[in-house]
Design a binder for this molecule. Sequence first.
Ligand SMILES: NC(=O)c1ccc[n+]([C@@H]2O[C@H](COP(=O)([O-])OP(=O)(O)OC[C@H]3O[C@@H](n4cnc5c(N)ncnc54)[C@H](O)[C@@H]3O)[C@@H](O)[C@H]2O)c1
Length: 343
Amino acid sequence: MKKILVTGSAGFISAYLVKRLLEDKDNLIIGLDNLNPYYDVSLKEERLRLTKNERYIFYKGDLADKSLIHKLFDEYKFDIVVNLAAQAGVRYSITNPDAYINSNIIGFYNILEACRHHPVEHLVYASSSSVYGGNKKVPFSTDDKVDNPVSLYAATKKSNELLAHAYSKLYNIPSTGLRFFTVYGPMGRPDMAYFGFTNKLIKGETIEIFNYGNCKRDFTYVDDIVEGILRVMKRPPEKKTGEDGLPLPPYKVYNIGNSNPENLLDFVQILSEELVRAKVLPEDYDFEAHKKLVPMQPGDVPVTYADVSDLERDFGYKPKTSLREGLRKFAEWYYEYYIKGEK
Ligand SMILES: NC(=O)c1ccc[n+]([C@@H]2O[C@H](COP(=O)([O-])OP(=O)(O)OC[C@H]3O[C@@H](n4cnc5c(N)ncnc54)[C@H](O)[C@@H]3O)[C@@H](O)[C@H]2O)c1
């Protein structure tokens, strides 16, 4: 039986990952999440309800609690660790920096230290497209320089990659960082644009479209991200020895994105059409009256666009779900959960 630690397991991406991992009867999943109230905790509880299983043991606890992390590693002797717990969001990092240092820096350091003292086959962790900052060259490649973060969130994610590199080199820990590009889908994060826009439109409020709509995002459907994580988890970077007789770091970083950036105004158009189709909003909804074009926000970047050729080369895989297909699934879920389900 493979023992797998998934952190942030009540979170959006982790919950989908846990569900897929449970399909393999040889997996025992240990989940950890502090169920923090950054967004509606009932969504996190719902995800836990949907993943309940006898081969899934959930702990409510904090990644920054070093003794808890070491206790879990000691007790379960994990084969694979997938660290997805983090304080996410770019804008929140401007007003709540502590949360980012606590979860993303101290928490990740605890995971690395635990992997050092309790060796694992593979440490997979979430990085982010935000590490590319305001880079102009597109598509974004993992070979590009990423030394100019424009938010604390991005700085913590780039720091994770640096820390992982040092630990891979020093202690021969196979690690793979995954730079996710705007992940969306049913049961997603209410702080993200597609979800927040929907909530606002339903209440008759006005949505703000940043940089006057001149933004492009590489939207990636959650199932595609999970498929990428599953493939990567199975194949840790090889351990090799360098000419100096010391280990070469078994260390990799990949982009996982759709590699097909969409203009924000087109995205809003598709979302509007799908919300009407799913009966979340009425057919005669006046979208134009509820849209406002506003300037760029601090911490935001004008474009994200993933070069996924490395992922394709090494894992024969590339995300494929179109934005319309993905937003259709989101809109249908939203109708079932909030409107029919009266949540
Ligand atoms: N969704 C995206 O578009 C996106 C894009 C790039 C990177 N990422 C990264 O992917 C990962 C998962 O993102 P998500 O969208 O599922 O976010 P999410 O907020 O839904 O999930 C993260 C989970 O981690 C938990 N958590 C946070 N701090 C913790 C701590 N100190 N101890 C224990 N649990 C803690 C939260 O309660 C939450 O349930 C994160 O690392 C995020 O930075 C996400």
